[in-house]
Design a protein around this ligand. Sequence first.
Ligand SMILES: [Zn+2]
Length: 228
Amino acid sequence: MAATWVTAGGKVSLYGLSGTGDLWDRSPDSPRTPGPKRWPETMTIPVSLGGSGRAIKVREVFEAAFVAMARMANPKTNAGCDTYFKALGPREYALSQLLTWKFLIYRYGSADIETDLRTMSAAATYTKGTETLSAHPGTSMVQIMIDPLELTSASRLAATLVHELAHVAGAPGRPSDADWNIMPAKERKGYYAAESALKKCGFSEQHDPDIYGVINGRTGIAQGSRLA
Ligand SMILES: [Zn+2]
């Protein structure tokens, strides 16, 4: 597949592969602390974690995910997707418009992904790390951290990116558990807005009705989750 999205200095930069990662003002990497880290060229997600057990090329999975998103967000064939996105916030960002932004994408985890995957395989629960780190409307740029387990398929990765971009468009993030537990059903509704974008933008199969403002449980092993 010829790369049109993930290119050096192009629309989509993957930290460690095609991006320098120095656009976000943050403290230097602490190798063991989970956080934004570099992508490896290839990685193998074990079958026990929902992967194929074979080495995948990280760049190709992202490339395919962006191609899928662009197809699903095409206003000529699926105007409902852009309409839904525009209603999410006062800036009225369409998904097709957000896809013209520059992306800098980090991997969530420690510096050593092989150890991360082994730890995940052994853990009863695993806290995922997908999160929009910052959005910069002035320069049309967004920085996103993606959990490596989202790369089990291109469509799953695309769905995850659509969810994150819904937050950029204005969908609210997750409230605290304490707030959520006492919240009336009517108020809870808004927190499903990011995940509901999947249904409007062609990723119904990836939609999880239990996800409110946060990505969790898409692997079946993740229960607790970071703010996403
Ligand atoms: Zn979310």
